[in-house]
Design a protein around this ligand. Structure first.
Ligand code: NAP
Ligand code: GCO
Length: 261
């Protein structure tokens, strides 16, 4: 096969969770540009209306459903609706996620559980709903959006790190359990990316901004667009023998001890 054709997503159906804005939006946009039909979800009508307008402005016809990824009943309906509208899902990106930055001993059990529910339990729920269709179709790609916190810890993000570390291992387990069914499950571990999630850390003069720049050999924050090429690669035939891998897209953070002060 022509090498570049391996990267095409022509004729594929992709579901990207939480793709109203941020990283999910950039990934869904890239998939549409590579030829896929796109479906996404988010939780609020306000975000849905803005997202549909943003996709339209990019010339993309995206199918959007309001649906919470932590609710198995809603997820089953989401998958059924997408499959009725666009066809069996070939590509799933488990992107929806939240973070709570609270020192561990100040964090309530309910807050810890909420983060784990959205960032770890939901990828299990959505993958479980999509895998049977992939098995019937004879192939599938699942991409889990992991984190630097799949490898590293830091103050205030205990629940997030626990969830993203778990998501790395869920990725490897899906790869192990369904590789024989021609399903590849890989992760993307973004570095520090400028999105609404990290907006509180990027306010002018915030010490975290200088800290991140000093930890990143690329000496800049990442952008959602930095994740487009890696996400297309992992969704396409170009990665058919890549399974259970976490592709860190971090400007070199994990390779670097950090700048001497
Ligand atoms: P973001 O800007 O906060 O966007 C998160 C998206 O998830 C929104 O579309 C949100 O829409 C949706 N969402 C949240 N909870 C949901 C739920 N229960 N059900 C359905 N949708 C839900 O975040 P981001 O920075 O783009 O991050 C996207 C993913 O990448 C997350 O998993 C995050 O942990 C991960 N990540 C981010 C960074 C970074 O530096 N930004 C780095 C590494 C990994 P609604 O609010 O409308 O539901
Ligand atoms: C934080 C950040 C991170 C990033 C990302 C890093 O408070 O440390 O929000 O956790 O969002 O996941 O890869």
């Amino acid at each position: 096969m022509d090498c570049l054709k391996q990267f095409s997503l022509e004729g594929k159906v992709a579901l990207v969770t939480g793709a109203a804005y941020g990283i999910g939006f950039a990934i869904a946009k890239a998939y549409a540009q590579a030829g896929a039909k796109i479906a996404f979800n988010c939780r609020s009508q306000e975000h849905m209306d803005k997202a549909l307008a943003a996709y339209k402005a990019e010339g993309i016809e995206a199918y959007g459903c309001i649906s919470d990824v932590t609710d198995e009943v809603q997820v089953k309906k989401l998958v059924a609706d997408v499959e009725a509208k666009l066809g069996t899902i070939d590509i799933l990106v488990n992107n929806a996620g939240i973070i709570k930055r609270i020192p561990m001993c100040d964090m309530s059990v309910a807050e810890f559980r909420q983060v784990v529910d959205i960032d770890l339990n939901a990828p299990f729920i959505v993958s479980k709903a999509v895998i049977p269709g992939m098995i019937k179709k004879g192939h599938g790609k699942i991409i889990n959006i992991c984190s630097m916190m799949s490898e590293l810890g830091r103050e205030t993000v205990s629940a997030y790190a626990a969830a993203k570390g778990g998501l790395k291992m869920l990725t490897r387990n899906i790869a192990s359990e369904f590789g024989a069914a021609n399903i590849q499950c890989n992760g993307i571990g973004p570095g520090y990316i400028a999105t609404p999630q990290t907006a509180p850390l990027r306010t002018p003069g915030h010490p975290f901004n200088a800290f991140i720049l000093s930890k990143t050999p690329a000496n800049r924050w990442g952008t959602p667009e930095d994740l487009e090429g890696p996400a297309v690669f992992l969704a396409s035939d170009a990665s058919n023998f890549v399974n259970g891998h976490i592709l860190y897209v971090d400007g070199g953070i994990l390779a670097y001890i950090g700048k001497q002060p």
